[in-house]
Design a protein around this ligand. Structure first.
Ligand SMILES: Cc1cc2nc3c(=O)[nH]c(=O)nc-3n(C[C@H](O)[C@H](O)[C@H](O)COP(=O)(O)OP(=O)(O)OC[C@H]3O[C@@H](n4cnc5c(N)ncnc54)[C@H](O)[C@@H]3O)c2cc1C
Length: 426
């Protein structure tokens, strides 16, 4: 038995693993992290695993090992319910001993279970399209890509891939796939790039709507130069085995279809009674990140809906915002716990600092805008943007591993790139 506060964190993604690591290291609370997966990956890298241009095994963080090194406990399982009155989170676990559910009692529950693409109920999408919202899905995509590629290598013909969603995910995935196919053409099929018919479909008037127009134009131009068919103002009305139907009556043929548009909360949040949710299902939180109707529950990252109290603007569903929320909570809750305040201690309001947005088009190009508050505004282009994109991930890694192991991991990744294949089909 312990009299330390019981903090349960559900979801060990960009936000959750940083909070668990930091509070666990502080040693002032009994911290448990739960996740439906056994390892953490940096979600903004999923498209590289899907395309086969990055090695998953090098980038996974084993939750059990991270917990042991950093003073917290890891509990595998998927959140299926919360009893707000008795303060228990219920997890479904894949256990062989006939105990498929575990209840975790908490004094403070931190929900950081991320988000999913939103198909807005478009007919045929659930049956015929892949999404790339977690590692399992990225690996499924890779398996499908391999099957389609092997069929084309054997029998010739065109390889049709269509991606719906011209935000950063769709744009980065399109570029990464083009990059992968170019590299794969060296494996005995030099005409493979010409046999790829890759279409990027966006319902709005331009790609990358969160970026300045000049960046959207430059990204569209780079993709077009690479041979990607970019269709804007194109509303998808349905998907079938052969491709996508558009509102204007046209049909885009594609054997491999990806839905990378929209953001919505994971379905489990819809089943929780007693908490306020946004239109897209995220939990509504106040500036202290506590849910509006239950202060014993905090929501972070993509599964939280929050307007910045200073600007009044919604905090975006990005890795940058998820990290900032995690760091804010870890810092202030950590201090309160060190003073042995109850977990109900008042937390200062969270302010989102826009540090810019960066998009990286594989090895081809990259653009970024710097936030007003960091460098007085400005633009990054080409290599500098791609390096800055990488740096966000490396900062996260250093936070998880500490400066020495984090830097060594970075170095090993760079060395590995010198000896491993640049693209994999296994
Ligand atoms: C391909 C791609 C590229 C992207 N590129 C960028 C980018 O360049 N820059 C950027 O800022 N953002 C990018 N994003 C968005 C970014 O990844 C997310 O905003 C960020 O990961 C959100 O962090 P999070 O901690 O809220 O959720 P996540 O990182 O998604 O973590 C959620 C965690 O919860 C776990 N989980 C989910 N459901 C349950 C459950 N029921 N029970 C238990 N555990 C559960 C998951 O396994 C996961 O570990 C990209 C996203 C994608 C898909």
């Amino acid at each position: 038995m312990t009299d330390r506060a019981r903090i349960v964190i559900i979801g060990g993604g960009v936000a959750g693993i940083e909070v668990a690591t930091s509070l666990g290291r502080g040693g002032h609370a009994d911290v448990t992290l739960a996740d439906r997966s056994l390892s953490h990956v940096w979600k903004p890298m999923l498209h590289t695993f899907a395309a086969g241009t990055a090695r998953v095994d090098r980038q996974k963080v084993d939750f059990f090992a991270q917990a042991r090194r950093n003073g917290f406990r890891f509990q595998p399982g998927a959140l299926v319910g919360i009893d707000l009155r008795s303060r228990r989170a219920r997890l479904a676990v894949e256990a062989a001993d006939g105990h498929p559910q575990v209840d975790l009692a908490y004094d403070l529950l931190v929900l950081a279970i991320g988000s999913r693409a939103n198909d807005f109920g478009t007919p045929g999408v659930a049956e015929h399209c892949l999404t790339i919202d977690d590692l399992t899905e990225a690996e499924q995509f890779h398996t499908q890509l391999r099957r389609h590629l092997l069929a084309r290598l054997d029998r010739g013909g065109m390889l049709g891939i269509a991606i719906v969603g011209g935000g950063a995910t769709g744009v980065e995935l399109a570029a990464e796939l083009k990059h992968a196919i170019n590299l794969l053409s060296a494996y005995g099929s030099p005409d493979l790039p010409e046999r790829l018919r890759l279409t990027l479909i966006e319902s709005g008037p331009r790609l990358l709507p969160a970026f300045p127009e000049a960046v959207s134009r430059a990204a569209a131009r780079t993709l077009s130069d690479l041979g990607v068919a970019v269709q804007t103002n194109a509303m998808v009305t349905g998907a079938d085995a052969a491709g996508f139907s558009l509102k204007d009556g046209s049909h885009i043929p594609a054997g491999l279809k990806v839905w990378a548009a929209g953001v919505k909360a994971p379905d489990v949040l819809a089943s929780l009674d007693g908490l306020d949710r946004s239109r897209t299902g995220q939990l509504i939180v106040g500036p202290d990140l506590r849910t509006t109707r239950d202060p014993a529950i905090i929501a972070l990252g993509d599964c939280a809906s929050l307007s910045d109290p200073r600007s009044g603007k919604p905090v975006p569903a990005t890795a940058q915002a998820a990290r900032q929320m995690a760091q804010h909570l870890a810092r202030h809750l950590g201090r309160a716990l060190a003073r042995s305040d109850a977990v109900a201690a008042e937390l200062p309001p969270f302010h989102y600092v826009e540090k810019g947005a960066i998009v990286s088009l594989a090895d081809f190009n990259g653009w970024g805008t710097l936030g007003r508050y960091t460098f007085g505004g400005g633009r990054l282009n080409g290599l500098s943007a791609r390096l800055t994109h990488d740096l966000l991930y490396r900062q996260h890694q250093i936070g998880l591993y500490g400066p020495l192991r984090g830097t060594l991991t970075w170095l090993l990744d760079d060395l590995d790139r010198l000896i491993s294949p640049t693209v994999r089909l296994d």
